[in-house]
Design a protein around this ligand. Structure first.
Ligand SMILES: Cc1cc2nc3c(=O)[nH]c(=O)nc-3n(C[C@H](O)[C@H](O)[C@H](O)COP(=O)(O)OP(=O)(O)OC[C@H]3O[C@@H](n4cnc5c(N)ncnc54)[C@H](O)[C@@H]3O)c2cc1C
Length: 464
């Protein structure tokens, strides 16, 4: 992307450090609102999500789905044979998707009055970023420097022990993998590799896979993984790993040991905030994260932070929304603060998990154990899910005589249902209100409708 020259006497309305989901969304919206904008990016516009995160992983997951469809085709009366995964072909497809989106994003940013500065920036004053020896000044500064793959103390990322960045570039399907970490990234890779034919074992220190989700979702995913032949050990901590030319030898604190060709370390993402001048400028931080108020303002006047460096869900669409919010706040539009619980969450494994709002346990904590009602609609009664051959459920959590405060879903493709679920949560809909709305038949969306009908006391394709 063409680098727009920025002179040292430029003063921008909005000066943004980092061109990932949070930073570029802030730039696009600020420019749309007539503000002058500079966007500083040291690597590729689009950041983690586009180049090393959401998009390439979901391309792999789609290739995995195609492989499963080929393998399971007979079940649908279609004669096809699954031969092999051609990783060069998979990577070509994945990289092609990323390249097209990258080109589109570059075009979008170029088409707006945004000064794009390629280079590594550093906060050298409350309103100043130094990049390529030039000082840029902003009436407002937005910090959006994103995150990196963490590891555990003493666990070196090298060779066959890798994080998601290297895993995305593998040229062969590994014969066997140990995945350290049963959170979203870990289970998504486990799902891909299993569909590609690898023997996979997930190791999670907490008592269940995807521990941030409602417990029922974890249980359903664990059941599905067992059926798919994905092994996992939960409630057990990693002790150490050694590697040689042929593979890794992983030991756990339980005394168990695991051998595999590679190990993926997926133990979370840390904020990318060191060495960027943040501490020196007096930014209030906690364990590397930049602290903000609900308007994403830091303790330094005029300095905002968005995306993965702000404590909370590390998701691209949260970054987009925060970027838009900050631009509008700077423009004086006084947008309403973002409800973190209203941000939809999807784990794109097979099966998928999609949720928004409070888990059942969190709702009972918040409102009282008896002040909450829960309903679980089994996808067994949903026509489209039967057609697809998937199992799972839609679980609703509501306050008694109040709105829906949590939606939790498991099953193939349920990620697509989260758009409706987040409307229901964010608009504080009552089950009785949703029950009057019509869902097309046969769709998986009907399962959401059925769950609301049941919770409103008038179940249709469900037992009372
Ligand atoms: C494997 C994986 C899968 C994921 N899947 C999903 C998903 O399916 N859905 C989802 O919502 N989220 C997903 N995420 C998370 C998502 O990628 C992040 O939440 C999102 O990218 C955060 O946006 P951000 O703008 O805060 O940071 P980033 O996207 O990390 O962008 C930060 C940018 O700042 C730049 N930068 C850093 N320091 C400097 C500097 N000093 N000077 C100039 N530029 C700098 C970086 O080069 C980078 O481009 C995934 C992440 C990973 C790793």
């Amino acid at each position: 992307m063409a680098d727009t020259a920025a002179s040292s006497d430029s003063v921008f309305d909005v000066l943004i450090l980092g061109g990932g989901s949070g930073g570029y969304a802030a730039a696009l919206r600020a420019a749309e609102l007539g503000l002058t904008v500079a966007l500083v990016e040291k690597d590729k516009l689009g950041g983690t999500c586009l180049h090393r995160g959401c998009i390439p992983t979901k391309a792999l997951l789609h290739a995995a789905e195609v492989a499963d469809s080929a393998r399971e085709s007979e079940q649908f009366g279609v004669r096809a044979t699954f031969e092999a995964i051609d990783m060069a072909g998979v990577n070509k497809y994945k990289d092609g998707v990323v390249a097209r989106l990258y080109k589109g994003l570059q075009g979008l940013v170029s088409s707006r009055p945004i000064t794009y500065v390629a280079g590594a920036g550093r906060l050298v004053g409350r309103d100043t970023i130094e990049v390529n020896g030039t000082r840029l000044t902003g009436r407002h500064v937005v910090l959006a420097t994103g995150s990196y793959s963490k590891t555990l103390p003493g666990l070196e990322i090298t060779g066959r022990v890798m994080t998601s960045e290297s895993a995305l570039g593998l040229r062969e399907v590994p014969g066997s993998v140990v995945v350290l970490g049963g959170g979203v990234i870990g289970v998504e890779f486990a799902s891909v590799w299993r569909s590609f034919g690898a023997a996979v074992t997930v190791v999670e220190a907490l008592p269940r896979l995807v521990p941030a989700e409602d417990e029922s979702c974890s249980k359903a995913l664990e059941r599905a993984f067992r059926k798919r032949g994905i092994a996992f050990s939960t409630g057990v901590r990693f002790a150490g790993v050694t590697q040689d030319d042929s593979g890794v030898h992983v030991t756990l604190e339980s005394g168990q040991s695991l051998d595999a060709e590679i190990m993926l370390v997926a133990v979370g993402r840390g904020p990318n905030t060191t060495g960027l001048g943040y501490e020196e400028q007096g930014l209030r931080m906690d364990r590397g994260f930049v602290l903000t108020d609900e308007r994403l303002r830091t303790n330094l006047p005029g300095v905002y932070a968005v995306g993965d460096i702000v404590p909370g869900l590390q998701l691209a669409h949260r970054g987009f929304q925060q970027g838009i919010f900050v631009a509008e706040d700077i423009a004086g539009l006084t947008p309403a603060p973002i409800d973190e619980l209203g941000i939809p969450r999807v784990t794109y494994s097979e099966p998928e998990i999609a949720s928004v709002g409070l888990t059942e346990a969190a709702a009972r904590d918040r409102y009282g154990a008896d002040a909450v009602a829960v309903y679980e609609y089994n996808l067994g009664g949903n026509g489209k899910s039967q057609i697809l051959g998937t199992q799972g459920f839609v679980k609703l959590v509501r306050t008694l005589d109040g709105p829906v405060v949590g939606v939790h879903m498991v099953g193939s493709r349920v990620g697509e249902l989260v758009s409706e679920a987040q409307l229901i949560y964010n608009w504080e809909a009552f089950p009785e209100e949703v029950a009057t709305l019509i869902h097309a038949h046969p769709t998986q969306g009907e399962a959401l409708g059925e769950a609301h009908l049941a919770l409103a006391g008038k179940p249709l394709h469900a037992h009372a």
